[in-house]
Design a protein around this ligand. Sequence first.
Ligand SMILES: *[C@@H]1O[C@H](CO)[C@@H](O)[C@H](O)[C@H]1NC(C)=O
Ligand SMILES: *[C@@H]1O[C@H](CO)[C@@H](O)[C@H](O)[C@H]1NC(C)=O
Ligand SMILES: *[C@@H]1O[C@H](CO)[C@@H](O)[C@H](O)[C@H]1NC(C)=O
Ligand SMILES: *[C@@H]1O[C@H](CO)[C@@H](O)[C@H](O)[C@H]1NC(C)=O
Length: 329
Amino acid sequence: MMLMMMMQQTLLFTVATGILSFTKAHRYKIEFEDDELFSDCPNQPESVLNINGLLNLTELTIDRPQDSLQFSGNFTTVWNIQKTDLIQGSLDVFKYERREWVPTIYKMRALNFCSILFDKNQYWYRVWGQHVTNLEEVKDKCFKPGTKYMHETFEMYLDFENRMQNVEGEHKIQFELKAFDEFNRMRPTSILAIKILSFTKAHRYKIEFEDDELFSDCSNQPESVLNIHGLLNLTEWTIDRPQDNLKFSGNFTTVWNIQKTDRIQCSLEIFKYDRREWVPTLYKMKMPHFCPLLFDENQHWYKVWGQHITNLEEVKDNCLNVPGDLLNH
Ligand SMILES: *[C@@H]1O[C@H](CO)[C@@H](O)[C@H](O)[C@H]1NC(C)=O
Ligand SMILES: *[C@@H]1O[C@H](CO)[C@@H](O)[C@H](O)[C@H]1NC(C)=O
Ligand SMILES: *[C@@H]1O[C@H](CO)[C@@H](O)[C@H](O)[C@H]1NC(C)=O
Ligand SMILES: *[C@@H]1O[C@H](CO)[C@@H](O)[C@H](O)[C@H]1NC(C)=O
């Protein structure tokens, strides 16, 4: 009789449910097409200078750790203009479509670029200006020849989240500067530089936990179906919730009343909440012999859970079969 009941419990043990909600985060991954600060714009007249006509980059170091560009060192302005000139700046974003660069709605014109070069509300202040270490000294000099801008080591981190819609693909940012003297006559040279970026939509989902439990109960089950507390004593288990994460520490101890020699069968299914009901999805897994997989390093749950067990050597052969087994984390 006792054995009979245990058998039933074993068969019907479906544990519990966890409820997660997935939200799509609008994020783009930006790849830099080259290792230059800016590249040249082809087929320009002699009066149109490239980035080296504006800046001496000898003391600037560019590294490329993984996908980002990392800068350190100095650059010095070399454009042959006068301190009193009015500098006009423009920035245009083009998209590569059907073999040509097509203008987009993202463009900017500044009739007095120097007045906003270090404006903290401008996008480029976050990208560049805030990393200038001698800002106090240079902030009123703008492009006055011989001005040295010194930088801390920084990554060119472009974050277009929620700023631009539909930006997937290859893009060109074109940057142009023109200088005008006190009679509003244009100086003989201008600066033109481009930067090519490629945007890929990052297929990333943000997961939110609907509650602070390790697992919750499944409603309307017969008495023989136990919840998570029928498997584990969680008294020594701590759950914290810093921001959107669940953070665990402590121990749990197996309490399910079974025998070490029992075979444990496990199934894992994902349901989606659709039109007010939980609908099965394609994601399901049935494991007739769960114990050999419990600490298998190739299983997803090993990364999520198993690798954080501090007394793994001691417990790894006990699986869930030995009531009273203490797992430390
Ligand atoms: C750039 O600056 C370095 C010193 O930092 C100097 O040796 C070099 O001549 C400069 N190049 C130009 C083109 O001004
Ligand atoms: C940047 O300029 C400062 C001051 O002139 C100098 O001490 C430093 O060595 C320069 N950095 C590089 C990487 O050349
Ligand atoms: C759970 O473990 C604690 C000690 O860690 C013990 O005091 C408590 O009685 C246990 N609870 C159950 C239901 O076994
Ligand atoms: C976990 O178990 C170890 C060993 O029994 C004990 O020293 C430690 O205090 C326990 N941790 C918690 C959070 O109860």
